[in-house]
Design a protein around this ligand. Structure first.
Ligand SMILES: *Cc1c(COP(=O)(O)O)cnc(C)c1O
Length: 416
């Protein structure tokens, strides 16, 4: 460590967002507050007219045929697997290198996640690893658009088609992200797979506090989502409320309470109107980081393939390999800038015991224990250990970004 590290570091104090620059910050204005007030005044606060309008507007924005609102993306993933009747004894091919909710959803239905590795730049599933992981038990592919960067859907859909497997997209981070299909740019959620699942958690680009959405082109599947999200009930509250004759509901399948509230939906409708300007700003911020950070030797940057446009929900870099990740993050925090480690690897968590999952590696490695998985899932582990998320959110100024990059440079030296 250099001597300068022992001095009290200068903090990034010109921040407009408090004494520490956060890594993410939702953008709310008077319009969201007015929307909430409108819902409260209406007296209908859960899964009513605002949810219906939010679903319509979400479908129109993404180009999806159907959109079904739920309480979170985790609920959406669970419902997607449940609707496809995936369960005990089945396997779902996915990535370990993702937020833990991805693999948890597979376990909620009693199935086993089968992990394959990701590319070392963007952390997205490697399509050429998928076939090695197939078994007679494989029932679906659950692929992630990690941090908002689209994964290689055309390659994935080709493999899925060959093996007649449904593709579920974990699009938690990917609202507004686009992919080029042929010569056309299309938003994630259109959908390309059978189902796409979105999140409205505050770390995501569009937030309702918490919330989620499933999009699909399959009308029967959409109808099933509507049963599953509300206890399997075949007549909605709203239909009963507006019926002129007494109407009694039935509970057709085992369902859940995964409703979104009208308060959340009303916020979401305003957020959707902000989507394109928020993404424009995020793209400019990502470009500035690209330009400034490229001058730091040894640092690895995310990179859009020519067929993908990220919404830049999260900007994650790879530290040079001789830099200590936690020392770097502490040095940044000491100087007033929050960071986060790279995306986690689910198979390294205590909640994932040996045998709860298996993995398949590039050289045909098969493993069911974390110790044995390191070779098979090496890129994901590298991204977790060397990845650092930098602040990027609406309102982060160019001068703040320049200061942050200066501190990244300093803190890399401090943490060597
Ligand atoms: C955020 C996230 C989720 C979970 O979303 P919630 O709405 O919080 O349930 C799932 N998968 C990925 C990849 C995520 O980033």
């Amino acid at each position: 460590m250099r001597a300068s590290a022992t001095r009290r570091p200068a903090r990034l104090t010109d921040s407009a967002v408090g004494s520490v620059v956060p890594i993410a910050r939702p953008l709310f204005g008077d319009e969201e507050a007015a929307a909430v007030a409108r819902v409260l005044a209406s007296g209908w606060v859960s899964q009513g007219p605002e949810v219906m309008a939010f679903e319509r507007e979400f479908a129109a924005t993404t180009g999806a045929a159907h959109a079904c609102a739920v309480s979170s993306c985790t609920a959406a993933l669970h419902m997607a697997l449940a609707a496809l009747e995936i369960g005990a004894g089945d396997e779902v091919i996915t990535v370990s290198h993702s937020f833990i909710a991805t693999a948890n959803a597979v376990r909620y239905v009693g199935a086993r996640p089968v992990f394959v590795d990701v590319d070392p730049v963007n952390g997205n599933i490697l399509p050429d690893q998928i076939e090695r992981a197939l078994s007679t038990r494989t029932k679906a592919l659950l692929v992630v658009h990690q941090l908002g960067m689209p994964c290689d859907l055309p390659a994935i859909l080709a493999i899925a088609g060959k093996h007649k497997l449904p593709v579920i997209e974990d699009a938690a981070c990917a609202i507004g992200s686009e992919i080029r299909i042929g010569d056309q740019w299309q938003m994630i959620g259109r959908p390309h797979g059978l189902v796409a699942c979105f999140s409205f958690h505050p770390r995501k680009v569009v937030t309702t506090g918490d919330g989620g959405m499933l999009t699909t082109a399959d009308t029967a599947l959409d109808a099933r989502f509507r049963l599953l999200r509300q206890h399997g009930m075949n007549v909605s509250d709203r239909a009963r409320h507006t019926a002129a004759t007494v109407t009694t509901e039935q509970y057709e399948i085992l369902g859940y309470n995964y409703r979104l509230t009208d308060v959340q939906a009303a916020i979401g409708r305003v957020q959707l109107q902000r989507l394109s300007t928020m993404i424009q700003e995020r793209r400019k911020q990502a470009e500035l980081y690209d330009d400034l950070l490229a001058l730091i030797p040894g640092i690895g940057l995310p990179k859009e393939p020519d067929w993908a446009r990220s919404n830049w929900q999260t900007y994650s870099v790879r530290l040079p390999d001789n830099v200590d990740q936690s020392a770097f993050m502490q040095a940044m925090l000491d100087r007033g800038v929050s960071t986060r480690r790279g995306v986690m690897c689910t198979h390294r968590e205590p909640a994932y015991r040996d045998g709860d999952w298996r993995c398949a590696g590039p050289a045909g490695q098969a493993a069911e224990t974390a110790a044995a998985a390191s070779a098979a899932l090496a890129n994901g582990e590298m991204l977790q250990d060397r990845g650092v998320v930098l602040p990027l959110f609406p309102g982060l100024s160019e001068s703040e970004q320049r200061s942050i990059v200066g501190l990244v440079r300093d803190c890399i030296d401090v943490a060597r």
